[in-house]
Design a protein around this ligand. Structure first.
Ligand SMILES: [Zn+2]
Length: 390
């Protein structure tokens, strides 16, 4: 797919592909594609024999679209984390979920792509090309939904950002392009692997140097981090016993500090609510993804309209200097000043609060953040212990 896209952009009009790749090749419009079964057939075709009938695909393609995407209706309780996920989806914000094992961090992360807008045609081609290059079977159709990548914490730098012996393959961050990159047990990832995320988080692109050449892949992903409170997972959890040395607990929480968390606008602390996820408590059933997604799409529309004539489309992209051009209402300003005075908010933290407050206003259908939005945005950064004041 990427080869044919490149061929088309260089003005070529005809391409020959192996017959089993015809379906994928036909996703590129405006190109005549010849499918041949083997080199002998190619020679015949090049000697003037007409390309005979289209080969029948060996296997009936499965239909990934019909696979049920995980739904938020399955997640009981965790109201604040559900809300954080919705806000993250609405503004494109990176999200950090912090809490003991079994609180539903992974369940929620897997449901984020289902809240995001469909990919448009050019995004669908771009993302399908990346996945084709990674050797994924596209089942002869374009990827239309934001992808989800969740590399294991033992992933190498090459697996994360791309690499390989001869032709560098896209890594997890490119497979998550315009979708979600989920790092479960984030502090367990190698320091160099986490470090390798810094530049792509800034630029949305990753460059891989090989002898004599550099390959660049797009990598504009929404990052979701999950972390346990300590290596054993029980630190600070009521009615449980942490077996980690105090030094280990501190080191664990510091592993994520700095440049990565600097980019994460929303922090949410999750608590184990016993069996609440299994036992339906009184009250309405949890909202489904489609209900939440409708609000997210409306909030995205508001952003797009407001950010017309700017280089940005979602709140996460808007730089601090731009955010500060629209001062919050006096009551919101007082809140911020108070937090700064008490050392609970840094200059960078202020930008994050403003950025999230805009998304809250977008979700509520307001033209700009009110004082309540500022207060709620502060509430979405409640994990100050992990990595210090962020
Ligand atoms: Zn522990």
């Amino acid at each position: 797919l990427p080869a044919l896209l490149a061929a088309r952009s260089h003005g070529l009009t005809t391409a020959v592909v192996p017959s089993e790749q015809l379906g994928e090749a036909e996703l590129v419009e405006g190109l005549t594609v010849w499918a041949v079964a083997d080199l002998a057939e190619l020679v015949e075709v090049l000697n003037g024999r007409p390309v005979c009938g289209r080969p029948v695909p060996a296997l009936a393609p499965t239909t990934p679209d019909e696979e049920q995407a995980p739904d938020l209706a399955d997640v009981e309780g965790q109201q604040s984390a559900r809300w954080a996920l919705e806000v993250a989806a609405a503004g494109g914000h990176h999200l950090f979920m912090h809490g003991p094992p079994g609180t539903g961090k992974t369940m929620l992360a897997k449901r984020l792509p289902g809240l995001l807008p469909d990919l448009d045609d050019s995004q669908a081609l771009e993302i399908s090309a990346i996945h084709s290059l990674a050797g994924h079977d596209l089942h002869d159709r374009l990827i239309r939904r934001p992808p989800f990548a969740d590399p294991h914490h033992t992933a190498t730098v090459a697996a994360m950002v791309g690499g390989g012996a001869r032709i560098p393959r896209p890594g997890a961050i490119s497979l998550a392009h315009r979708g979600v990159l989920f790092l479960d047990e984030a502090p367990e990832f190698g320091t160099s692997v986490l470090e390798a995320l810094r530049t792509p988080l800034e630029s949305g692109v990753v460059s891989i140097a090989r002898s004599g050449a550099t390959v660049s892949y797009p990598a504009r992903f929404q990052l979701v981090l999950a972390a346990n409170p300590c290596p054993c997972g029980h630190y600070g959890v009521p009615d449980s016993h942490c077996t980690c040395a105090p030094m280990m607990v501190r080191r664990y929480s510091q592993r994520l500090s700095g440049p990565i968390l600097d980019r994460v606008d929303i922090h949410v602390a999750m608590t184990s609510s016993g069996a609440s996820r299994l036992r339906r408590t009184a009250g309405p059933a949890p909202e489904s993804s489609s209900v939440v997604r409708a609000r997210v799409l409306e909030a995205r529309d508001r952003q797009r309209r407001r950010l017309t004539n700017t280089p940005w489309r979602t709140n996460v992209e808007v730089p601090g200097a731009q955010l500060r051009k629209t001062p919050p209402p006096p009551a919101g300003l007082d809140l911020i000043d108070d937090c700064i005075a008490r050392g609970r908010l840094s200059a960078r933290g202020v930008d994050k609060v403003l950025r999230v407050a805009w998304t809250l206003a977008d979700l509520a259908g307001r033209d700009k953040p009110c004082a309540d939005d500022i207060a709620s945005a502060m509430g979405l950064r409640q994990v100050e212990t992990m990595g210090g004041a962020a």
